[in-house]
Design a protein around this ligand. Sequence first.
Ligand SMILES: [Zn+2]
Length: 319
Amino acid sequence: MMGLNQSRQRAQRGVYTNAKTAFALLLSLAPTALVAQDAGKPAFTSHRVTQSIAMLEPADTNGNVGVFFGDEAVLLIDSHYERNVEALVAEVAELTDLPISFAVNTHIHPDHIGGNARLASYGVTLVAHDSVRLRMLKELRIPRRGGIIFPQPAEAARPVITYSEALSFHLNNEEVRVFLAPPAHTDGDSFVHFVDSDVLHLGDVFRTNMYPIIDQFNGGSFLGMIAAMQIAIELAGPDTKVIPGHGGEVSDRAGMIEVHAMLSLLRDRVQTAIESGASLEEITAMNLSQDIDGRWGSVPSWTFTDLLPIIDSELRAQR
Ligand SMILES: [Zn+2]
């Protein structure tokens, strides 16, 4: 508990002010944060997943927050942005009288760690994969618009508990398994499995409305994403509920199979084109995603044009 106390003290000593500045800047740069927030609209819509799990969907379409609650403790999955922490805490208070004890970050991106420092100042213990903490030791880079630089997150935002392979919480009469997915969205993607509740939270490895974002600046991999989705599908049963990293609908096994099929289709099409001797430029001209762009390509900041060079380079590297 030493680390937690230290980080609380640091927060009180004013490193937190730096965090505020850093995250304000970060916020001003984040592409998804450019979506104007309707002043009258609540910051989150609460979706009840089970009796003890809820998904808080941010109005600004940034990362969904998972809430696990019961008789003993409250655990959050992801922390959104600092500006919405008060609203987040208020939504949790609608579900339970207990304070938030833990927050697990599914990965390093600003809309999933942005609330960390403030939550830590409230006594919340931050948990993530080793890689998330390591990446917080320097400035961040994310893949939108060719690579956007963010300032280094504040010290108070760093996870105080990290793991390398897997970690289990035993809370509220349930085992919550947090484990490292293969490199996919980033190289520090945590999957969270509520074993008894039969619920998965997959972070941004699973997005139901767009082509997958592969963050090569942070160790992501397209082929790894196919492998990661396969693992999640194998864990799921017919009644499993799946919280996506973004999107307003709680999904299921069929939703994951649909994403996996899309990824596999793109892999196979690009592979066939490469084997025919085509260059990346020639493959780009083939419009290989034309028939499925209506379903997956409607987010302008990340289309097949952004994804294709990543698929192409990974497949060529395998040859
Ligand atoms: Zn992300």
